[in-house]
Design a protein around this ligand. Sequence first.
Ligand code: GLP
Length: 261
Amino acid sequence: MEVLIYESPEAAALQAADIVQHTLHEVDAPVLGLATGSSPLLTYRELIRRYRLGELSFAGATAFLLDEYVGLSDGHPEAYRTFIERELVDHIDLSVTSVHAPPVADDALRNGLEQYDEAIRLAGGIDVQLLGIGSDGHIGFNEPGSSLRSRTRMKTLTGATRSDNARFFGGDVTAVPHHVVTQGIGTILEARRLVLIATGTAKAQPVAAAVEGPLSAMVPASALQLHPNATVVLDDRAAAELRQAEYYREVQSRKPAWQQP
Ligand code: GLP
């Protein structure tokens, strides 16, 4: 696992944007895995800025969202599909029809959600998957206890995650859905590259548990330890609990110019 540490969330976002830009340049018909939540927002703003400058294009790309709430109305401002359109897709040359979200309608939930993993597979698999991390160590909405080989499926949120996310619902925890559909940990691990972005003091403990703790279903993000090409992009605050931080900084400062960003 590569751990990159920057002095600010803005600098971390530049690095995450570099990785996405590299994929857009290197891959024909790239497939992006997009995360929601606050962690990737600065990265999306940087990608939009570069798109406006003509430095990159999403034409020909396809995107798959990591997760979605169950039970929100179509177009609800906090539905992840709405969120990603508002924060990214509406500002770049990626067609909304090329952006896929996990199905959350009743019949899809009843009939199984394998179709989402199958759609990712038919698109050629995800080239680069962006991720955040929950305060309880979740990735996507794979809460602690999720099978490390899980596939896209419905999950029930913990009280802690609903409280964390209440800030997006006007502070009203009762407005946060109980159910979600998320790519499974096994699904996420099939992406060719993983990029986890975490900034701020609140992420220091879950980041340390994921990067340096034991591999455990109780810390779903620790599954990144199983991936051959995972990069964790942090600011100093999110890196504060890492025992090996000095070593990661040493590796980062000596990264050969020929290596991928
Ligand atoms: C949310 C999302 C995750 C996100 C995480 C952290 O509940 N489902 O995809 O990475 O929790 O959110 P944030 O980036 O807002 O801290």
